[in-house]
Design a protein around this ligand. Structure first.
Ligand code: SAM
Length: 260
């Protein structure tokens, strides 16, 4: 079972992870998700987690000490000792076993469906939600000796904190875990699975406010429906994300695809 730990100074922000498919998956024991309050690892009256930046400048920086203690606690016995943690020495089969520290950051690698797939294969994910100007860099440096550290951005814009990014990433990862989505086939043709965006979808009634469902979808001809959907996927991708279409390996398109 996958284990996820989320560290935040606003644990209430992560409440949506108790709802819907993720909430049900937690109840069914498909994943173990714990949200921790970082301030539980502070020791002063004000439960301080931030301080002024060395070198000056605007804003505050998250102090390393609470993060260090929090990571010690969530890693427990699973944290690889620093001197044994040289990733190059780890056997490949151990990849699923080394904990992953995901640090949301607008300066991180962009989180994609491929990242979600890759992380869905890991055993233990720890999410460190930054606030203010971010977390003291030494936390990442220290953690890198024990965990696979992945600074991750959910897009080229700046949020106030890592919590919203974690909600997005956990949802994208958890829905790929076996048993979380009722019908796993529904994952196959989704946008970003094979480089093409999904086709438009319709349900009853067949006419709504004068707009008709495309006739081919009512024809019962599965071959025609499949071709129409593929054409729609190609067109939609070309229109809204030409970068995705350009990145497709040429052999993934047939002659008919190229004619669309
Ligand atoms: N000073 C930082 C910078 O310019 O890179 C931005 C800090 S931001 C105000 C506070 C926190 O929000 C970050 O530490 C990170 O956890 C989170 N955050 C902001 N934008 C994000 C994004 N696009 N993706 C992921 N996390 C983000």
């Amino acid at each position: 079972m996958m284990r996820l730990d989320v560290l935040s100074i606003f644990p209430e922000y992560l409440a949506p992870l108790e709802l819907s498919l993720i909430g049900r998956a937690r109840e069914k024991g498909l994943l173990e998700l714990t949200v921790h309050d970082l301030r539980d690892w502070t020791h002063d009256r004000h439960r301080t987690v931030d301080d002024t930046p060395y070198g000056g400048g605007a804003g505050m920086v998250m102090k390393p000490e609470p993060w260090g203690e929090a990571l010690d606690a969530v890693l427990g016995a699973s944290g690889a000792p620093a001197d044994a943690a040289d990733a190059a020495d780890q056997p490949a089969a151990d990849a699923g076993g080394r904990p992953v520290l995901i640090v949301p950051s607008p300066a991180g690698e962009v989180f994609t469906q491929q990242t979600a797939r890759e992380l869905a294969g890991r055993e233990h994910l720890v999410f460190a939600c930054g606030r203010y100007e971010g977390i003291d860099q030494r936390v990442v440096d220290w953690a890198s000796e024990r965990m696979d550290v992945r600074p991750m951005s959910i897009g080229d814009y700046v949020l106030n904190g890592g919590e919203v990014a974690v909600l997005a990433m956990v949802e994208a990862i958890a829905r790929l875990l076996p048993g979380v989505i009722g019908n796993p086939e529904s994952l196959d043709e989704e946008s970003h699975e094979d480089g093409l965006l999904e086709y438009p979808v319709f349900t009853k009634p067949s006419v709504w406010r004068g707009h008709e469902v495309p006739a081919v979808l009512l024809s019962g001809d599965h071959g025609k429906v499949a071709r129409w959907r593929r054409d729609q996927r190609l067109r939609r991708t070309a229109e809204t994300r030409p970068d995705l279409l350009a990145a497709l390996p040429p052999e993934s398109l047939d002659d008919r695809d190229r004619a669309v």
